[in-house]
Design a binder for this molecule. Structure first.
Ligand SMILES: *Cc1c(COP(=O)(O)O)cnc(C)c1O
Length: 401
């Protein structure tokens, strides 16, 4: 221990008690990757096992009439209310983020057939860029690339430069997956609307860590993961948001029976259900939606504002530790220093980090390696302690010459 700053910060942390609600493994000394896969809640350990014997095993097929069928919309509403600032009837769960991005982007550009351009940034997550490249080829659209500062992210000024009368859609991440830059979603949405374009926000790295106000910001579409800060478990299904005013006009391309107006009549033609249900495709993963519900209950109890406040304190402490222990050893900080422009992870770069990361994982210190030589320190406000963070950064420093 270099000092006892972390113990003072933990002692003064109003959310410290929530750490007991999560399962932890004894051999993990510092888990700094909750931004890739959140820890399980203890309630989920219980819920997942009792689901087999007390719901699936006893209800059998009757479970679909007893709540499972509605789950993609009821859990969607809960995510909307607790984390997204979204009134009910606008959020659904289903598929992966990748597939939901495809469905929503296609629905949006089909709703703006006279416009040819889609704006995206070169530092967006690969799946977002790849899905857009595929859609551009499939539908004959043009991608207009914004190139952000790699240690920061996309600014309203950069978007304004490429926006025009031919822009159909803007697709950006609210929190950049590498740098952690928090985009000004409200300002960028307003700019896009002035140009007559639609906006889709990828919320994978903000949902559950940064307060979001989709309704108030006027956002058209959004999508995001539930296995990062919503602790839904590996492969838990993603969510999509479609603003009420667009729902009747938008058609999504994966026309499955679960999104039809009367799935059980097994009719000859696809007829989309009214409202948000039309964005569903096939049978939803009921098991995949169990753990999300436990985490949402905890997030609702703690409150998004308190979660954001702790996240800012954690990332500020991370940057203090980086300044003290890593910068003198040749490490570069690759995240914004301004807390209001930062999500809940901090990225540092050093040419040795690929090897350092492998050595750290073997010792139960778990940051996240990003090529070519970045380490992300993912700080999950309800589960990461200041001590854990200090142990992690000290361990990184100890691996460096
Ligand atoms: C994690 C992440 C994804 C993941 O997509 P999956 O379909 O769940 O694999 C997509 N976009 C962003 C920005 C992410 O951070």
């Amino acid at each position: 221990m270099t000092d006892n700053r972390s113990s003072t910060l933990d002692a003064n942390d109003p959310l410290a008690g929530y750490r007991d609600r999560f399962f932890r493994a004894d051999d993990v000394r510092a888990y700094l990757d909750g931004n890739s896969l959140g820890r399980p809640t203890k309630a989920s350990a219980e819920r997942l096992s009792s689901f087999v014997t007390e719901e699936w095993g006893t209800q059998l097929i009757r479970g679909w009439d007893d709540g499972w069928y509605e789950l993609p919309l009821t859990v969607g509403d809960e995510i909307g209310a607790v984390t997204l600032g979204a009134a009910s009837g606008q959020v659904f769960i289903g598929d992966s983020t990748t597939v939901i991005l495809y469905k929503l982007i296609r629905a949006a550009i089909d709703a703006r057939p006279d416009r040819n351009d889609i704006i995206v940034d070169t530092d967006n997550f690969p799946t977002d860029r790849f899905i857009l490249q595929g859609i551009a080829a499939e539908c004959g659209k043009t991608l207009r690339w914004v190139t952000p500062d790699p240690d920061a992210g996309v600014t309203p000024e950069q978007v304004a430069e490429v926006l025009g009368p031919d822009t159909a859609l803007v697709v950006l991440s609210h929190v950049a997956y590498r740098s952690g830059y928090l985009a000004d979603a409200q300002a960028i949405t307003a700019l896009a609307h002035e140009a007559g374009a639609l906006v889709l926000w990828d919320l994978c790295h903000s949902v559950g860590s940064v307060p979001v106000q989709l309704d108030a910001w006027g956002v058209d579409l959004a999508a995001g993961c539930t296995y990062k800060y919503l602790n839904g478990g590996p492969g838990s299904p993603a969510f999509g948001y479609v603003r009420t005013e667009h729902q009747e006009a938008f058609r999504q391309p994966i026309q499955g029976w679960m999104g039809t107006s009367e799935p059980f009549t097994m009719g000859p033609e696809y007829e989309p259900h009214h409202g948000i249900r039309r964005f569903l495709s096939g049978t939803p993963s009921v098991i995949g939606m169990l753990a999300i519900q436990d985490m949402l209950a905890i997030v609702a109890e703690a409150g998004m504002d308190a979660i954001r406040a702790k996240s800012e304190r954690l990332t500020a402490f991370a940057i203090d530790l980086v300044d003290d222990l890593l910068i003198p050893r040749g490490v570069a900080l690759s995240s914004p220093r301004d807390p209001s422009r930062r999500g809940s992870h901090v990225t540092v770069d050093h040419e040795s980090f690929a090897e350092v990361n492998a050595r750290l994982w073997a010792k139960g210190i778990i940051p996240d390696f990003r090529r070519p030589h970045g380490l992300r320190l993912g700080l999950s406000p309800l589960t990461t302690s200041f001590e854990e963070l200090e142990i992690g950064v000290e361990a990184i420093a100890a691996e460096l010459p």
